[in-house]
Design a protein around this ligand. Structure first.
Ligand code: NDP
Length: 460
């Protein structure tokens, strides 16, 4: 290893080869920096190895059961289909291995060194991996998050998290999923679609706290219609082994005997074994690394991006933060990632997507709003007989006519919302939406044809 002019082994050491870390390493390398990326697990990180990508593949796999039901109404003669879970897991594994290979070669092609092992930050310019230490002018921590298990008797012992669920060997006939957030809803859809009797247990009255209230109401109905058994305002008091199954004791005094319990009760920044306290890096109550808008910690040579900072915990945000960091620190292009109007989707079945403010937040920030809503049965469902409704909602600032929030539940809304996010980001007004001609017949055309504001909101 040759030392750089200022005697560091590297210009940049990135701890964590997930989406954000790899992007930062590659861009910094492109600017001529000498980069090492430390990874203790498989390159690709949460998103590629045990998050977004395998989850979406499982979601696709499970969604065919609804397609089969619908297809029958369109004249297809299909016997009762059966599903081979190990085959789906094996196919998913092949794809994840391919993507891991791509991540490895991305680093190699960029000229970055992959150091395999768990890294600890042992100085303001030092990272230790096993018995070796490396110095760097700058350190970027991009180690993501880990599933959080609630401290309830039997939970840690009996429940699996979103990590283990990706490699479950046996398909559960009946499953309890604990939580009402992104992961809980996505996996409730996956297991329900594949034929598990699926219980969703959550402590609030509605799932998806923080989402627009109407979306929360609609998804709750849609999940029930799909056959998921909802247990709102319920917590798990204890889980015990019951022969080869689990008994889940609920706060309402009842209990459920199921083959699998999955905890989806949030994630924590993965700062446990990094040694940050020893070197004086400030962390918050949940262990998140505190950074400024340039992703810099209170130790000037140490930066952090992605879920470990607990800002907006989404892969594309981590990538944007990593890219902005590399541009700023190595490319002489000082900029920070823009955290406004970040669109996201929950890949529940049906899915949800949104960009901008919820009605509640918009009301607080802007005061007077116009709210446009539409609820309808998508054309496909007219023949399939599925009663599921598409719901969409535009929130408009009354004073400026700007569209400041768009929320949708229904088929393909993740795909639809990406384009809408560009319009919202550009400051599109309701008049701009109105002057856009719809594509007919689509579900999405409704977003540009909503004419009458909801009366109560119109009054401010
Ligand atoms: P979320 O924060 O979305 O949901 C956590 C759930 O756990 C909530 O329902 C919460 O309830 C519940 N919970 C938390 N603490 C307790 C407790 N002590 N007792 C009972 N229930 C509890 O976390 P996820 O793990 O689902 O996902 C983590 C993050 O990862 C997401 O917020 C998102 O940023 C990202 N993600 C994004 C995806 C996407 O883009 N499609 C997919 C998956 C994850 P309450 O609401 O009442 O607090």
């Amino acid at each position: 290893m040759t030392k750089s002019l200022d005697n560091y082994d590297y210009d940049l050491i990135v701890v964590g080869a997930g989406s954000g870390g790899v992007r930062a390493g590659r861009i910094a390398s492109g600017y001529g920096a000498r980069v090492a990326v430390v990874e203790g697990d498989r390159p690709g990180g949460t998103c590629v190895i045990r998050g977004c990508v395998p989850k979406k593949l499982l979601m696709y796999g499970s969604s065919f059961s609804a397609d089969v039901q619908d297809a029958r109404s369109f004249g297809w003669q299909i016997d009762t289909p059966s599903h081979d879970w190990p085959a789906l897991i094996a196919a998913k594994d092949v794809e994840i291995k391919r993507l891991e290979g791509i991540y490895r070669s991305l680093l190699k092609t960029a000229g970055a060194t992959l150091i395999e092992g768990w890294g600890q930050v042992t100085g303001s310019n030092k990272v230790t991996v096993g018995d070796k230490s490396y110095s760097a002018k700058k350190i970027l921590i991009a180690v993501g998050g880990v599933p959080q298990f609630i401290d309830v008797p039997g939970m840690a012992d009996c429940a699996i998290s979103s990590n283990e669920v990706m490699n479950l060997t046996e398909f559960p006939k009946e499953i309890v999923i604990y939580g009402g957030g992104y992961i809980a809803l996505e996996f409730a859809g996956i297991f329900n679609g594949l034929g598990s009797r699926t219980h969703l247990i959550y402590r609030s009255n509605l799932p998806l706290r923080g989402f627009d209230q109407d979306i929360r109401n609609h998804i709750s109905t849609a999940l029930m219609d799909r056959g998921i058994i909802l247990h709102p305002e319920t917590t798990i008091d204890q889980i015990t082994h019951e022969n080869s199954a689990f008994r889940t004791h609920l706060s309402d005094g009842s209990s459920l005997i199921v083959n699998q319990v999955m905890a989806a009760t949030g994630r924590l920044p993965n700062t446990f074994n990094l040694g940050l306290a020893d070197i004086g890096v400030n962390c918050g109550k949940r262990g998140e690394i505190i950074v400024n808008s340039m992703s810099q910690t209170n130790v000037p040579s140490i930066f952090a991006i992605g879920d470990v900072t607990d800002r907006i915990n989404l892969t594309p945000v981590a990538i944007a933060e990593g890219h902005a960091f590399a541009d700023s620190e190595f490319g002489d292009l000082r900029r920070h990632a823009d955290h406004t109007n970040v669109a996201s989707a929950v890949f529940s079945q049906p899915p949800i997507a949104s960009v901008g403010l919820t009605e509640g937040d918009a009301l607080q920030r802007y005061g007077e709003l116009k709210v446009f809503e539409s609820q309808f049965r998508a054309m496909k469902n007219s023949i399939s007989g599925r009663s599921e409704k598409t719901f969409m909602k535009l929130i408009v600032d009354k004073a400026s006519d700007r569209v400041i929030g768009v929320h949708m539940i229904g088929q393909d809304c993740g795909e639809i919302m990406q384009g809408i996010a560009i319009a919202v980001k550009m400051g599109a007004t309701k008049a701009d939406f109105d002057s856009t001609i719809g594509i007919h017949p689509t579900v999405a055309e409704e977003l540009v044809t909503m004419r009458s504001a909801r009366q109560d909101a119109q009054d401010g």
